[in-house]
Design a protein around this ligand. Structure first.
Ligand code: SF4
Length: 207
């Protein structure tokens, strides 16, 4: 015998949706640029400012990813590692000032290492280029020289050391504002929340 229940779902829902709703007004700001904007299709940044509500999701796969992040971050914080650390950089272009911001999953100051956690359905083609680029942005902004990308997949747990590579954030912001890469990767459109309103949509699968 059983009865349906939803009180745990409501707790998860309230946390995950609350965080997304709190960010909505920031998503409309043209002067706030997320590190994820700089490693993705540039048209997403332009669309999310006009259609921020389309970013809201409550999918079990995304919930699983969030729970894995929070779980590992809790374990790391019990070992003295800082978690969920905001990183910021101001970029001035002409009279405009842009705030480039990101949130590092974990920052191990004793080892001088930034830790970025990823969950994935598949362990193929790891590490993924956009994840390495994202971590490199964090290294550039913080001045750290080394990072670790941790992948948690149903089949494997893998981690990769990433050393800082030269990166010009100002140029990357200019390319974003000029909308130069739409999409940046051929597989992006298939997973994109804006695909139904995007003139650049192209239907290619991830290889
Ligand atoms: S559908 Fe493709 S081109 Fe359009 S915003 Fe999404 S990823 Fe970019």
């Amino acid at each position: 015998m059983y009865k349906s229940s939803s009180f745990i779902t409501e707790i998860i829902y309230s946390k995950i949706m609350g965080e997304q709703l709190r960010r909505l007004s920031e998503l409309k700001s043209p002067n706030t640029i997320y590190v994820t904007d700089l490693v993705s299709c540039t048209h997403k940044y332009h669309l999310r400012r006009r259609f921020p509500e389309l970013t809201i999701v409550f999918e079990p796969s995304a919930v699983l990813g969030d729970l894995a992040h929070w779980g590992l971050e809790k374990i790391l914080s019990e070992r003295g590692v800082k978690t969920e650390v905001d990183v910021l950089k101001y970029v001035q272009l002409g009279n405009e000032i842009y705030l480039v911001k990101g949130r590092v999953d974990a920052l191990d100051e004793s080892r001088g290492v930034i830790i970025e956690v990823k969950t994935s359905k598949s362990a193929l083609n790891l590490p993924r280029e956009h994840h390495v680029r994202q971590l490199n942005f964090y290294l550039e902004i913080t001045g750290f020289r080394e990072g670790v990308l941790v992948y948690i997949t149903p089949e494997k747990i893998l981690e990769y050391e990433v050393l800082k590579q030269p990166l010009n954030i100002e140029n990357e912001v200019i390319e974003l504002l000029n909308n130069e890469h739409h999409p940046r990767y051929s597989w992006e459109c298939g997973y994109c929340t804006y695909r139904k309103i995007c003139p650049y949509f192209s239907q290619q699968k991830e290889t």
